[in-house]
Design a protein around this ligand. Sequence first.
Ligand code: 5GP
Length: 232
Amino acid sequence: MVKAMEVYEGKAKKMIPLDEKKLIMEFKDDATAFNGEKKAQFKGKGWLNAQISAKLFKLLEEEGVKTHFIGVAGENRLIVERLEMYPLEVVVRNVVAGSLKKRLPFKEGTELPEPIVELYYKDDAMGDPMINHHHSRALGIREDELREMERIALRVNEILREYFEKRGIILVDFKLEFGKNERGEIVLADEISPDTCRFWDAETRESLDKDVFRFDRGDLISAYEELYRRLS
Ligand code: 5GP
């Protein structure tokens, strides 16, 4: 369990220790893409991502998914449970986009016959390489833990997909991170926001997520505000 009291600063968030059991997760206005190669700042992004994450964590909790979310602590800050984090990114895909179309002969925008779950080793210096269960076990993550993370990721997908569909949005894909709490339970952590998910308008197929910044598709704040408006 992480007991250190130092602040951890990442590319888009800062984790500030509050006490032995809790952290403040502060969302920054910084945006980065392509493993930090592209950088910019967008006033209001931190606030939008904090509010969107809080809303989605509350929804998931209501549906019985255990998350690290405890509460909102101001404009761009959430209070979250301290966890021992797994060095993994768990990606779920419903529609072909992003790195999938570079790896397999699928056309962008094609709906997949069933959701695909992928595992990545979280390490910026290595470019977050894709890994499988064998690699994960070699990293010390047990098979039952991997299966539980994948089960939760697919349940999150079911809940969010339906929720966004009702709001005229296609949940294309998203990335989750998990940690373990003091009771040994696997808990959904990090954020769920347009920085970590792909959202397309169901009518126009326009991006309402970080692809707007990655591929210069317009104004990031307008896209994030539109997403937030549809959740409100
Ligand atoms: P892809 O593998 O297509 O680049 O990403 C798949 C999904 O996971 C996208 O929704 C993307 O935003 C998210 N994702 C994957 N890796 C990362 C990452 O390192 N950081 C963030 N913020 N999102 C990621």
